[in-house]
Each structure stands twice: as structure tokens, then as C-alpha cells.
Design a protein around this ligand. Structure first.
Ligand SMILES: [Zn+2]
Length: 103
């Protein structure tokens, strides 16, 4: 065998008949894809592939939670603060009506 062929790193690798089954035996993702079939990509340590890393765990800090709350709020008419204020307004209005009726 010529010296140049011996130095080729490809010849230092094990036979593909050994390495290919090893590569194919790795853990698979298994996430449900848009087609409905299981994802066949190789999985990371968390069991999912690079594309299906798992669900978001959500905001962790108080600042992040507040940012999400602000982003999700449309008008605030159903917020706890607004409901409390409207309850107080209704109570004041009822008191005013009662006062008007008494006089
Ligand atoms: Zn996947």
C-alpha cells in the first residue's frame, strides 16, 4: 500500500459496518411532529432533539412574570384591581342612591 494512502485519516476509522449500527442505536427524540409521526432525530440528554427541547418552563423572575402579565393584558377590565375598584364604586353608588331616597 502506498505511503500516501496509509496516512489518510479515513483509513484509521473503524469500519462503517461497526460504526453505523452504533450511530443508529442512539436514543431518539420521539416527539410528535406536525405530520403526527414520532420525531426520529437523535436525542440529547433530556430525551428530546435539538428541535424539540421541551416546553418552556415560563418566566422565573418577578420581572419576567410582570412582563408577561403586561403583555397578556388587553384592557385590564377583568383584573383583580379593576374588579375591586368597581365593587367599591357600586357600593358608593348604592349608598348615594339610598341617601337620595331618604331625603
Ligand atoms: Zn425531535
Amino acid at each position: 500500500m502506498p505511503e500516501k494512502v496509509k496516512d489518510n485519516p479515513m483509513h484509521r476509522l473503524p469500519d462503517w459496518r461497526i460504526t453505523l449500527p452504533l450511530a443508529q442505536a442512539c436514543l431518539r427524540c420521539g416527539a410528535r411532529t406536525r405530520s403526527g409521526a414520532a420525531c426520529k432525530a437523535s436525542a440529547m440528554l433530556d430525551g428530546r432533539c435539538r428541535m424539540h427541547g421541551g416546553k418552556s418552563t415560563g418566566p422565573k423572575t418577578a420581572e419576567g412574570l410582570e412582563r408577561i402579565r403586561r403583555a397578556r393584558t388587553r384592557h385590564g377590565c377583568y383584573s383583580e384591581e379593576y374588579r375591586r375598584m368597581m365593587k367599591a364604586v357600586r357600593a358608593l353608588s348604592a349608598d348615594a342612591s339610598r341617601l337620595i331616597d331618604e331625603t
